[in-house]
Design a binder for this molecule. Structure first.
Ligand code: KG4
Ligand code: ZN
Length: 347
C-alpha cells in the first residue's frame, strides 16, 4: 500500500509517499522561511498563499521521486489540525479534491500524533526503524507545542502535561530574535551553543512543583530579556556562552521531566519528536541520562528530517489508520485549528 501524505499546518508545504511498512519512498518539503523571515515569525495569510502556490508542484515532486503516479497511490492522508486554519485548509481541500477525483480513501491526521509516530519511519538512509514498545512516554516539542504523553498504542494517546505558556521552540525563536540571529532560531542557537559554556549564566528552570509534567518557558525568556537589558546583546564568545546557557536551561527541564515521567509510568521506552527534537544537545542529554537510570531507558528520536515538519509522518500515521479500517468521510472532513489529542479519524 502506498499513501500520499500532505502537510500544510504552518510554514512548510510538504508531500511524501510512504508504504504501509513505514518505508519513506519520497519526502518533499518546501520551506516558507524566506517569506516569513523579515517579519520574525509566521504571517498566517502569507503562509496560506504560499501553500496554494506550492502544493501541487510539491505533490507532483513527491510522486515523481517515489517513481509513482497519482493513480497508483491507495490513499491520501492529510494534516487536519492543529495549526493555522487558512494553511490547514489548503492541504485538506487539496487532499479531498485528489481523493474524490481519483476515487481513493482519505485520512485526516492529527499533526502532533503524527510527530510522535514519525519514530517508526525508515528509508534507505536509515533502514532500521525504532523498535518502540507500548506503552511508552513521548515528548512532543516543537514551535507550537511542548507536551508529554503516555502512548498506549497508535491512536491511543493520553496527555500527561503541556506547556502553560510558550512552546520550547517558540522560546528558541524569540530568544534568537532578541539576539539578532534571525528566524527561526533553533538551529542557529544550537550551533552557537556548541562552542559556548552552558554554566556561564544561570538562567531559571521552571519545575512547577506538583505540576511535574507541565512546562513553562516564558520566565526563562523574560530572564534572557533582562540579561540583555542589563548587559547588552553579546557578540563572539559571550554570545556563544549565552546561547549555551539558555539552551541548557531548556534541555535540562525537557530531559528531566520526560525521564521522570517515564520512570513514574513504569515504561522502558521514551520517544522525543517535533522540531526541537532536532536539537543536538537535547538528543545527547536524553540518551545519556536515560542510560544512567535504573533500569536504563531506551530513547528513540527520529532522524532530523522526520523531526521538523514533514509529510512522511502524516502518510505513515495515515497508513496505520487505514490498515486498521479507520478513514475519514470525504464530505465532512475539515480543517480544525485546535484539536485535542488523541484523534481517532472522526470527520
Ligand atoms: O515541528 P516543527 O518543524 O514545526 C512545528 O510544528 O512547530 O518545529 C519548528 C521549531 C522551531 O521553533 C525551530 O526553531 C525549532 O523547531 N528547531 C529547533 C532546532 N531545529 C528546529 N530548536 C532547537 N534546536 C534545533 N536544532
Ligand atoms: Zn510540527
Amino acid at each position: 500500500m502506498r499513501v500520499l501524505g500532505i502537510e500544510t499546518s504552518c510554514d512548510e508545504t510538504a508531500a511524501a509517499i510512504v508504504t504501509h511498512e513505514g518505508e519513506v519512498l519520497s519526502n518533499v518539503v518546501a520551506s516558507q522561511i524566506p517569506v516569513h523571515k523579515k517579519y520574525g515569525g509566521v504571517v498566517p495569510e502569507l503562509a496560506s498563499r504560499a501553500h496554494l502556490e506550492a502544493i501541487l508542484p510539491v505533490i507532483d515532486e513527491a510522486l515523481s521521486r517515489a517513481k509513482t503516479t497519482r493513480e497508483s497511490i491507495d490513499c491520501v492522508a492529510v494534516t487536519k489540525g492543529p495549526g493555522l486554519i487558512g494553511a490547514l485548509m489548503v492541504g485538506v481541500h487539496t487532499a479531498k479534491a485528489l481523493a474524490y477525483s481519483l476515487d481513493k480513501k482519505l485520512v485526516g491526521v492529527h499533526h502532533i500524533e503524527a510527530h510522535l509516530a514519525a519514530v517508526r519511519l525508515w528509508d534507505l538512509d536509515d533502514p532500521n526503524p525504532a523498535d518502540v514498545s507500548y506503552p511508552h512516554v513521548a515528548l512532543a516539542v516543537s514551535g507550537g507545542h511542548t507536551a508529554l504523553y503516555q502512548v498506549n498504542g497508535p491512536g491511543d494517546v493520553h496527555q500527561l502535561g503541556q506547556t502553560l505558556d510558550d512552546a520550547a521552540g517558540e522560546a528558541y525563536d524569540k530568544v534568537a530574535t532578541m539576539l539578532g540571529l534571525g528566524y527561526p532560531g533553533g538551529q542557529v542557537i544550537d550551533d552557537h551553543a556548541k562552542t559556548g559554556d552552558p554554566n556561564a549564566i544561570q538562567f531559571p528552570r521552571a519545575w512547577l512543583g506538583k505540576r511535574h509534567d507541565d512546562f513553562s518557558f516564558s520566565g526563562l525568556k523574560t530572564s534572557v530579556r533582562y540579561h540583555l537589558r542589563n548587559h547588552g546583546v553579546p557578540t563572539g564568545q559571550a554570545l556563544y556562552d549565552l546561547c549555551a546557557s539558555f539552551q541548557e536551561a531548556v534541555v535540562h527541564v525537557l530531559a528531566k521531566k520526560t525521564l521522570r515521567a517515564a520512570a513514574r509510568c513504569g515504561v522502558r521506552d521514551v520517544v522525543a519528536a517535533g522540531g526541537v527534537a532536532a536539537n543536538s544537545r537535547l538528543r545527547h542529554v536524553l540518551r545519556e541520562r536515560a542510560q544512567d537510570m535504573r533500569p536504563a531507558l531506551n530513547v528513540h528520536i527520529p532522524p532530523i528530517r522526520f523531526c521538523t515538519d514533514n509529510a512522511a509522518m502524516i502518510a505513515g500515521l495515515g497508513a496505520w489508520y487505514l490498515q486498521n479500517g479507520i478513514h475519514s468521510d470525504l464530505l465532512t472532513l475539515d480543517a480544525s485549528a485546535g484539536l485535542p489529542i488523541p484523534s481517532p479519524c472522526e470527520p
